[in-house]
Design a protein around this ligand. Structure first.
Ligand SMILES: Cc1cc2nc3c(=O)[nH]c(=O)nc-3n(C[C@H](O)[C@H](O)[C@H](O)COP(=O)(O)OP(=O)(O)OC[C@H]3O[C@@H](n4cnc5c(N)ncnc54)[C@H](O)[C@@H]3O)c2cc1C
Length: 452
């Protein structure tokens, strides 16, 4: 059926709140098409913003997923984007320590509602990422050392499968599909709702969930001595801590700078003592905050927002070598020298203490033992520079992996979809199981051909 005919029929069956945009020249269409990154964005034939579960199921069951529908804007005029922007619901059950999150709820929206109920969840480092896609690919953030990965905190999910059926999955109903959704979710269906385990705010070590965050800045010329200290800090982790090291070129001068942002979850006066080694280095700038949980990622808002050509890739490490970070800083300088348009890029290293052992880890996600992650934020404003800027990404990851064993190299499943599959999902048994499940639930590859 032609797309235009399909849309006319669909409109009749959608709720009055749903929005259907078909005129690519209209402001509403262009606003709905805005994405975090403009890389590979195509103009679809339509954008369908469903308003609730019924709208989503009606849309998905009206047309074969494989032919027409994508959940993201890399489909051309012969297809449409199924958009969850206005479909949002958060139902907190603080007695049972659970929250049901539906549609396109964003990270900060969830944290805010949970905090009002005295609860929190294993949510991530950026305020504007979608809670559901974050959980489907693993989901790691500063609180991973306290609560484990987001995917391991999923208690159930509602998924629209490739054939348009809505299924409920948990450890009892379709347990294997549930296992796959926790870590490889976006290859199996459109997940419209998840239930997450929640925790009292006091898990952060204070009565109201505040915790200590430092911000230490050093000029790049001091890289060698700073990275020596960082190497010791990372390789001998302290409990109830997490940390982000950023090699960035912040405005107004766009000079490469090292920013170290440690977190301590406990008595607010303890943080500065635990990270005394960073003070002893004599930073060129220092500040500290004790934010409430919903605000704990505000300092990373510079990387959120929409537009520009960019990509975030996360690769795991088993150990950190100061010599490698030094080369990474050098590479960052080369990136800026060869392409000043890439000044918004950054290379980050995040580490956290290992989660408590009682958090279940029975999921398709395979990197539970990894606690050091490289985040490569490749970012330029002009399309013609993208290939060059992106070309630095693999070099940055290779630089950090230099001298480490290849079998320890891992990629975060939602950080890249192009790297070797064995690095995203470790272990032959896991891959065999994922391939069998893909054949069973999405044999035509509606949700990409991965695992087929
Ligand atoms: C600024 C930024 C910071 C990040 N920080 C972290 C971090 O700290 N830790 C971490 O683990 N990850 C992090 N990520 C990665 C992020 O979790 C994933 O990219 C996630 O998929 C992004 O969600 P989104 O809201 O951008 O989703 P979208 O762009 O809407 O979706 C991303 C992809 O997920 C799939 N998808 C989306 N919704 C669904 C659904 N309901 N059902 C099935 N598939 C779906 C689609 O294939 C889509 O292409 C970060 C990403 C960004 C942009």
């Amino acid at each position: 059926m032609a797309l235009s005919r399909f849309i006319i029929e669909l409109r009749i069956n959608l709720s009055p709140e749903a929005r259907v945009y078909t005129d690519a020249s209209s402001k509403d269409f262009q606003l709905a098409l805005l994405r975090w990154s403009d890389v590979d964005v195509k103009v679809p034939g339509a954008i369908i913003q469903v308003a609730n579960e019924l709208d989503a199921v009606t849309t998905a069951s009206s047309t074969p997923f494989a032919e027409k529908v994508l959940l993201w804007s890399t489909i051309g005029t012969d297809g449409f984007v199924l958009d969850f922007t206005i479909f949002k619901s958060i139902q907190v059950n603080s007695t049972e320590h659970q929250v049901a999150v539906a549609g396109g709820v964003l990270m900060k929206e969830l944290s805010t509602v949970l905090a009002d109920a005295g609860e929190c969840a294993a949510v991530g480092n950026a305020n504007t990422i979608g809670v559901i896609p974050y959980c489907l690919g693993g989901g790691l953030g500063v609180a991973t050392g306290l609560m484990g990965l987001a995917c391991d905190n999923m208690l159930s999910a509602k998924v629209i499968l490739a054939d348009g059926r809505l299924v409920y999955v948990d450890n009892v109903h379709e347990p294997d599909l549930f296992w796959a959704i926790k870590g490889a979710g976006f290859y199996f269906g459109a997940v419209i709702e998840i239930t997450l385990r929640t925790y009292p705010l006091t898990i952060f070590g204070t009565h109201d969930g505040r915790h200590w965050i430092g911000n230490f800045m050093y000029p790049l010329e001091r890289a060698a001595e700073v990275f020596e200290v960082i190497e010791t800090l990372v390789n001998t982790p302290k409990s109830r801590t997490a940390c982000l090291l950023m090699i960035i070129a912040p405005p107004p001068y766009f000079q490469p700078t090292i920013a170290v942002v440690p977190h301590y979850f406990g008595d607010l006066t303890e943080g500065p003592k635990i990270f005394q080694c960073l003070t002893d280095l004599g930073p060129s700038f220092f500040s500290e905050t004790t934010p409430l949980v919903p605000n704990l990622s505000d300092h990373l808002d510079f990387a959120c927002g929409k537009g520009g050509f960019r990509r975030f890739t996360l690769a795991g490490l088993q150990e950190l070598k100061a010599a490698n970070i030094l080369k990474l800083a050098d590479l960052f300088q080369q990136l800026l020298d060869s392409c000043p348009d890439a000044a918004s890029s950054g290379y980050f290293i995040e580490w956290h203490c290992l989660p408590p052992p009682d958090i279940p880890t029975n999921s398709a996600f395979s990197h539970h033992d990894v606690r050091i992650w490289i985040h490569c934020l490749s970012w330029c404003q002009r399309q013609e520079n993208w290939d060059k800027v992106f070309g630095f990404e693999q070099r940055a990851i290779d630089t950090m992996r230099f001298g480490t064993k290849p079998e320890t190299h891992v990629d975060l499943p939602h950080g890249t979809r192009t790297g070797p599959i064995e690095q995203r999902f470790k272990g032959q048994g896991r891959l065999t199981k994922l391939r069998a499940l893909k054949k069973e639930f999405d044999p035509q590859g509606a949700f990409t051909k991965e695992f087929l």
